[in-house]
Design a protein around this ligand. Structure first.
Ligand code: WTA
Length: 698
């Protein structure tokens, strides 16, 4: 199918009957929202919400949305403080609900929300729900890799476990403001560790357990944690991954570089590996099970300022080393809670499952914090989504009666390939809302998700957002308006997306350009850890006055937003953000690699894949062994998920006379669009292009 790769604007043909009421509201909005499409149209490209869904939804209509949206833009302070008042604050924030400067020409970029307010996000996730009578409600259903292996924790039990670990951390010298690295797979101990840090005001930095030792070193060197929390091993599908070995290597290298971590708290995950088989460094390594349960299940909360840091999460940019995205407490708390509630239409009886790993922002905001702040019941799954077969997800959905299911387009496409049989053999009748995140969802995958998985009954929340934004920015509110397959639709409350041209001019009506955000929202990141200048130049200098997302976007006549992918040198592989520069550095670290250039190419399942042009050193022959060892180099420097799919031998790279690599040409060669190479006359050596084409399938 032609649309496998990218969602494209699907134009709605017949424009519509206008609601006068809506037009009135619309005229006060910062940009033109659509005239709401008249209901009951024959247009295939519009998927209308079912009436019975809308009637029960938090936001039952577009009118209601517009009313709330308008308020959120005209009076952000009032809108957000009303919501924030529903949470527990030891002390209310000061007079100014927020202050901001997003304009680099006017001075330092600065965003603050609920400043002076004193709170604790762990308290709001756990104690608050318990105090309101939900202590016996299940907080986490844990499903192991092997079918039949499972467990659960009520809110009461979760609080006990969090307090024990928090006491253990404190006892080991972790204080407010200290950082803790968490390198764990999807065990219950992962959210427990995050919450324990939050409870004592420590700053957690979760590192996805698919990152290599070297990536871990980089992060350890940057944030200098007091403690590293990990486990000995994990089983994903049939594979056993020895995480402790990776941590050992990372800790050894970090201490050679002057950063020694005094304690490596290791959870014994004996279903994957016996304790005895685990390598151990006496004095540094301690088994979680040996110590944590000795501590009291009561731990006083460390009350923190709304603007005190909650966590650091490293993410890839287009250049240089990973950036430590820093989120603070109060705004992030209010924003993740609110976005979760509305975008999934969450109700107390829902069972929610997000397939993301807590190692990524989606797991932070929408496995842990957003849902728990709402007192939700969350499913945490340890294993691979297609193990032991491609029906596993729906098996889990039926087992726990999951009502809200949130995943990534890459998984949808891969399950779609495996055939409907694996889906339809399960009931799935509990499902109410589906969600998508990580990359644009192409209309055919959207339709399969909607029709086959959701039996044409469940709205899909295609949520556009980023590590930096903390929570959803552009997202459908299920039931509130018609959907268009592949469109993330409209902005969340308080968010003002603008589409600008190269000069930074705001475009109106039907348009296409760079997606920016005007004015701050509570969940925005506040800085890049230790490098506020990089924060300012990366995000706020391209288009002064705006936050620049790095994404392209178009808006159709009806005001719907269509994300078109990254416009910088970031590749999105299966929803994982990977910087081309990082992969290139990993390749050139290989002793036989002279030069490398990496581009993203469309891929049927992964969305994009990594395509590397490599020039070996003078005299080194192209060989299968070299190819393999280059891939290994990327696996060891970054992680397996960043391994190039293709190595294309390059006697030379197309460069301008000033030595700049022309990636445009490489992208065309990589995607075999050879008749679209464009002007190659400005290249220092135009012959390079023919050489590359000749080697395309070698
Ligand atoms: C992409 C993940 C289209 C986008 C939450 C963004 C999306 C990057 C969507 C952030 C979506 C995420 N539609 N594109 N619904 N969601 N993206 O920081 O390119 O891992 O800039 O955060 O993913 O990736 P990150």
């Amino acid at each position: 199918s032609g649309d496998i790769f990218r969602s494209r604007p699907v134009m709605v043909n017949d424009l519509t009957t206008t609601h006068h009421h809506l037009c009135h509201l619309e005229s006060t909005l910062p940009y033109k929202l659509s005239k709401l499409k008249a209901l009951a149209t024959a247009d295939d490209d519009l998927v209308l919400p079912a009436q019975d869904f809308s009637q029960q939804a938090h936001v039952p209509s577009f009118e209601k949305y517009l009313e709330m949206y308008k308020r959120s833009i005209e009076d952000p302070a009032g809108f957000w403080s009303e919501i924030a008042s529903e949470f527990y604050w030891k002390k209310k924030w000061g007079q100014e609900v927020y202050s901001e400067n997003l304009d680099i020409t006017k001075g330092k970029i600065n965003i603050e929300w609920f400043k002076g307010g004193i709170t604790n996000i762990c308290y709001n996730c756990l104690d608050k729900n318990i105090n309101s009578g939900n202590g016996e409600k299940i907080a986490i259903h844990w499903e192991g890799n092997e079918p039949g292996v499972d467990g659960f924790l009520t809110y009461n039990q979760l609080l006990d476990r969090v307090c024990q670990l928090a006491n253990c951390l404190k006892d080991n010298g972790v204080k407010k403001g200290d950082s803790v690295i968490i390198y764990l797979p999807m065990l219950m101990e992962l959210p427990i560790a995050m919450l324990a840090c939050a409870r004592i005001g420590a700053v957690h930095s979760v590192v996805f357990a698919g990152f290599s030792a070297e990536s871990l070193v980089q992060r350890i060197m940057d944030c200098k944690p007091k403690i590293v929390i990990t486990c000995n091993a994990v089983r994903r599908g049939k594979k056993v991954i020895n995480l402790k070995d990776i941590v050992d290597a990372a800790l050894a290298e970090s201490s050679q570089n002057g950063i020694s971590v005094g304690l490596c708290l290791t959870y014994a995950n004996e279903s994957a590996m016996k304790k005895e088989a685990t390598k151990w460094q006496k004095g540094r390594d301690v088994w979680w099970q040996d110590v944590v349960s000795e501590y009291s299940t009561k731990c006083d909360v460390e009350w923190v300022d709304a603007e005190d840091p909650l966590f650091l999460l490293y993410t890839s940019g287009s250049t240089g080393k990973p950036k430590g995205v820093l989120h603070t407490t109060g705004g992030y708390m209010i924003y993740t809670a609110t976005t979760f509630k509305y975008a999934f239409d969450h109700k107390p009886s829902d069972i929610y499952w997000c397939t993301a790993d807590c190692g990524w922002i989606t797991g932070h905001s929408y496995v842990a914090y957003g849902p728990l702040l709402n007192g939700a019941t969350v499913v945490v799954y340890e294993g691979a989504p297609n193990y032991p077969d491609p029906g596993r997800c729906w098996d889990i959905v039926d087992k726990y009666k999951v009502t809200l299911f949130y995943t990534a387009p890459t998984l949808v496409r891969s399950l779609m390939r495996d055939g409907n049989e694996y889906v339809t053999r399960y009931s799935r009748k509990s499902l109410r809302v589906l969600g998508s995140v990580g990359e644009p969802i192409n209309p055919s995958a959207w339709r399969w998700f909607f029709n086959v998985v959701g039996d044409s009954r469940c709205p899909i929340s295609d949520t556009w957002w980023q590590t930096e934004t903390g929570g959803f920015m552009i997202t459908p509110l299920p039931g509130a308006w018609p959907q268009k397959p592949g469109s993330a639709t409209f902005p969340f409350f308080g968010v003002q997306p603008v589409i600008v041209d190269e000069k930074g001019k705001e475009l109106e009506g039907e348009c296409s350009g760079y997606l920016c955000i005007k004015s701050s929202w509570p969940g925005a990141f506040r800085t890049l850890y230790g490098d506020h200048e990089r924060y300012e130049t990366t995000y706020f200098s391209a288009f002064p006055g705006y936050y620049f997302s790095g994404d392209g976007c178009s808006r159709d006549n009806d005001g719907y937003h269509w994300l078109t992918g990254r416009v910088d040198d970031v590749i999105n592989v299966s929803g994982h953000r990977i910087g081309t520069a990082e992969v290139e550095s990993a390749l050139v670290l290989h002793p036989q690699c002279a030069e490398a250039a990496v581009v993203g190419v469309e891929h049927e399942v992964k969305g994009q894949c990594i395509y590397a042009f490599v020039t070996p050193n003078e005299g080194v022959a192209y060989s299968e062994d070299l190819r393999k060892s280059l891939v290994v180099s990327v696996r060891t420097h970054i992680g397996a998920f960043a391994a190039p799919d293709k190595i294309h031998w390059a006697p030379g790279l197309p460069k301008t006379r000033s030595g700049k690599i022309m990636r445009r040409i490489l992208r065309k060669i990589a995607s075999r669009q050879l008749d679209e190479l464009g002007d190659t006359s400005t290249l220092a050596d135009p012959n390079v292009v023919d050489q590359l084409i000749a080697l395309a399938d070698k």
